[in-house]
Design a binder for this molecule. Structure first.
Ligand code: ARG
Length: 439
């Protein structure tokens, strides 16, 4: 395939340089958006009289055909192409002749890339938001079944106070809701300003209508500063930041799943379809999905690092370094999608061992705060109530019992405020029911 820029050059590009320079193997995935952007551009060129109406129509029809041919597999990608933009333009000219050569009037690959990438990410992020929504629905459905399932709540991974499994899961639903909201913000900002028409860096001398292309591609306005338009990759960094936060949330959840299905906890059991075995230890059932999600968080954090470091030293405007944005952001998008796709069904199919959760909650004096609160409600200052309860816990440890089974006389020995109703006050169910603001 001839280079678009061959006029200035008298030699062919070295074949290794060709491969090194080419972004086609990864940016070919933006073919739909490249065609969409070119159609909008061609229509505008025709309307503004920059090319003839008939050339504009010929270009749009040609692009339409290329789209169908790629979809049907009739048109195969040429791995020698420099990038997707070159491939489509060259193919168009091969198919429709002279008119095809006019498509790139008043445009550069710099504004074209910046536009295509935004359009591509808008579509991918919509899919991620759908997957996040499905995950939230699953988490809430499991939570609904466990409004009365009592488990230990932890701080420092030490049993702290009783909670319901529903509350614990709802915490993750809240995180995933914020993740979705964050993506709305980022995509809203990304789609505010359209870079098409910034051309290489300094705009164009043709009387283009940038409002028209911006609107037809779903942007609010054309971007204001053309140098910024072609060299801004903040939107990629914001998206990968939002994706990194999703992975951080998924990774925390994974860590809990891994703990919960250990024999030490045995709070849940994963479905056989969502766990794996060992090649040597016949008894093993491993939570590989959760471990991989936790591991893959590292990739997405690294993608964010790639983008930040890639951009930090670049002078204005476009620099070829910026071609490196795509592999990082595509990897982040693909990884998050993959993780979300397996995570929701893994949760939906797990078995929850309510009895084990209840049993774990009944150990470790997790109703001690409620015992202190009982005294406070009877008129004692919290700090005194705290001290007396601490002494009762120490007594339980000494007598190898728990607060529920400690005789009332022992309570009365510490404070005359204790009476028979202490046992109702420290029942786990009472503790959970009486806490306000837990959901
Ligand atoms: N493939 C390039 C990229 O993704 C776009 C081409 C711009 N190239 C150029 N030499 N101005 O960044």
């Amino acid at each position: 395939m001839d280079k678009l820029w061959k006029g200035r050059f008298s030699k062919e590009t070295d074949s290794k340089v060709n491969d090194f320079n080419s972004s086609f193997r990864f940016d070919c995935r933006m073919w739909r958006e490249d065609i969409e952007g070119s159609m909008a551009h061609a229509e505008m060129l025709g309307k503004c009289g920059i090319i003839s109406q008939s050339d504009s129509e010929r270009i749009i029809e040609g692009l339409e055909r290329i789209k169908k041919d790629i979809e049907s597999g009739k048109l195969q990608f040429d791995s020698n192409a420099e990038d997707i933009h070159t491939f489509i333009e060259t193919e168009l000219t091969a198919q429709i002749g002279e008119a095809g050569k006019k498509l790139h009037t008043a445009r550069s690959r710099n504004d074209q890339t910046a536009t295509d990438l935004r359009l591509y990410l808008r579509r991918e992020i919509e899919e991620i938001q759908e997957l996040l929504h499905d995950l939230r629905v699953t988490v809430c459905a499991v939570a609904d079944e466990h409004e009365n399932t009592i488990m230990p709540g932890y701080t420092h991974l030490q049993r702290a106070q009783p909670v319901t499994f529903a509350s614990h899961l709802d915490a993750y639903a809240a995180m995933f809701w914020r993740d979705d909201d964050r993506l709305d913000d980022v995509i809203g900002r990304m789609m505010k300003l359209c870079p098409l028409g910034c051309a290489a860096l300094a705009g164009t001398t043709y009387p283009i209508d940038r409002e028209m292309t911006a609107e037809s591609l779903g942007f609010k306005y054309p971007c204001v500063n053309t140098l910024d338009g072609v060299s801004d990759r903040d939107f990629c960094i914001e998206i990968v930041s939002a994706l990194a936060i999703i992975m951080m949330h998924l990774s925390r959840f994974s860590e809990e799943i891994i703990l919960w299905c250990s024999w030490e906890f045995r709070f849940i059991e994963l479905d056989d379809a969502y766990a794996t075995g060992s090649s040597i230890m016949p008894q093993k059932k491993n939570p590989d999905i959760a471990e991989l999600v936790r591991g893959k968080a590292a990739r997405v954090f690294a993608d964010l690092q790639t983008l930040l470091v890639m951009m930090k030293g670049l002078p204005l405007a476009y620099n070829k370094d910026m071609q490196e944005d795509k592999e990082a952001i595509f990897d982040a998008v693909d990884t998050v999608k993959m993780c979300l796709e397996v995570f929701a069904p893994m949760l939906a199919t797990m078995t929850v061992n309510k009895a084990r959760m209840r049993e774990a909650a009944a150990q470790g004096f997790i109703n001690a705060t409620d015992c202190a609160d009982y005294l406070v409600k009877k008129g004692m200052a919290f700090r005194d109530a705290y001290k007396i309860t601490g002494e009762l816990v120490a007594l339980c440890i000494e007598k190898n019992t728990d607060l529920e089974n400690l005789p009332l006389d022992e309570y009365k020995g510490k404070s005359g405020l204790f009476s028979e109703d202490i046992f109702e006050a420290i029942r786990l169910e009472t503790c959970v029911r009486n806490r306000i603001g837990k959901d």
